[in-house]
Design a binder for this molecule. Structure first.
Ligand code: PLP
Length: 381
């Protein structure tokens, strides 16, 4: 089976992990700070705080943004559940902004309309979490223009988009328009640390809070201590109810080693996506817009709704591991139990009913790509 996504591990990755296993600290050593520095240098943000998953990164990002019980957080329905769950972990209410059917990202005009209603009802969100779907950046400048004057914080769920840029050429994760960006290093993402994630930010106070929430709410920093404890070298203090969301040194060193190939991985993905766009030209499918700045995490086509199940099943039978991204978050039973209904976010629902994800990963061979397209052609024609 040709999978829809796959990591690429090289001998130097194995060597790097082995070296830490043999000589290094397994956790809380020097690899995690090195990885944080390397990723934040890459994206251009001042600080990076590594965590044991993208999901835990989203959780502490919400906490560091001050989200708590009774607050309102908005995100998009066309994403993985973690984009909304992170707000629920903090006890916040969640609502969604529909997507633009062309970019499949947050619709700026839907956001504008929803904000007008929220102003009238005096219930503005504290935070908006945008998702750079499939690796293609949202229009951050236009979004920030709407949210900043209203004091709404912006977090980028950039789990798909490390290695990509926005339309102005800013690297995803530079946090030019946002308070924080959250990355994932799950094996299907741009680079992998097996499990892992990172929150990047330019805000020093936010970075300090993120570090504490990641590790039990505890700090050993002497600058935080009252004078009385300065001669007590054993002293530490817990300031918040934090978690153990630390990334181990084994995971960090794998991520650090993978980072050397990030641009190469993205460029291979981009080349394959461009090829799909050409190869699929004569087929009755809707292709994604070619965004040359995308990190090309996923490649989705849209097929006629009545045909999606048949195409999906036949592709799987023929050894092509197609997938579907995403079941709109508000349609999951957990969110329906909170009151969400079919028909509330029609663009995300429409997109979902047509969507089919084709295999895309750096080591996908041209022959395999031809095989995928020829199977699709036989099934559709
Ligand atoms: C992968 C992903 C996450 C979560 O990342 P993990 O590292 O798997 O926890 C969050 N949001 C989106 C959009 C993702 O694709």
């Amino acid at each position: 089976m040709i999978p829809y996504g796959k990591h690429s591990i090289f001998p130097e990755d194995i060597e790097a992990v082995t070296k830490v296993l043999q000589d290094g600290f397994l956790t809380q050593g020097e690899q995690t700070p090195l990885f944080e520095k390397a990723v934040s240098n890459y994206t251009g943000a001042r600080y990076g705080v590594a965590c044991n998953s993208g999901t835990s990164g989203l959780h502490i990002a919400c906490l560091a943004a001050g989200v708590s019980r009774g607050d309102l957080v908005w995100t998009v329905p066309n994403s993985f559940a973690a984009s909304a769950n992170c707000a629920r972990y903090c006890g916040a209410d969640v609502d969604f902004v529909d997507i633009d059917p062309l970019t499949r990202n947050l619709s700026v005009s839907a956001l504008e309309d929803k904000l007008k209603v929220a102003i009238k009802n005096r219930r503005l969100p504290k935070l908006l979490i945008v998702v750079h779907f499939a690796g293609s950046s949202c229009d951050m400048a236009a979004i920030a223009k709407l949210t900043t004057p209203l004091g709404i914080a912006l977090i980028e769920d950039a789990a798909h988009a490390l290695g990509g840029k926005d339309s102005e050429g800013n690297k995803v994760g530079a946090c030019k328009y946002s308070l924080m960006s959250v990355l994932s290093f799950h094996p299907v993402k741009s680079i992998t640390s097996a499990e892992g994630g990172m929150v990047v930010t330019n805000d020093e106070k936010v970075a300090t809070l993120l570090c504490r929430y990641r590790s039990h709410g505890i700090s050993r920093g002497p600058h935080l201590f009252e004078e009385a404890h300065l001669d007590e070298p054993w002293f530490y203090a817990q300031y918040e109810l934090g978690f153990n969301y630390r990334l181990s040194d084994l995971h960090a060193v794998l991520g650090l080693s993978q980072l050397n190939r990030l641009d190469e991985f993205v460029s291979l993905r981009r080349g394959l996506a461009q090829r799909y766009n050409t190869l699929l030209d004569s087929l009755p499918v809707k292709k994604p817009i070619f965004d040359e700045n995308s990190a090309w995490h996923l490649y989705m086509i849209e097929v006629p709704e009545h045909d999606r199940k048949r195409v999906f099943n036949q592709m799987r039978e023929r050894g092509v591991g197609v997938n579907v991204h995403y079941i709109p978050i508000h349609l999951h039973p957990y969110y329906r139990n909170l009151g969400f209904k079919v028909g509330q976010f029609p663009n995300a629902e429409q997109y979902y009913s047509h969507a089919l994800t084709l295999p895309l990963y750096p080591s996908l061979k041209q022959e395999e790509q031809h095989f995928v397209v020829s199977q699709l052609e036989e099934i559709l024609l």
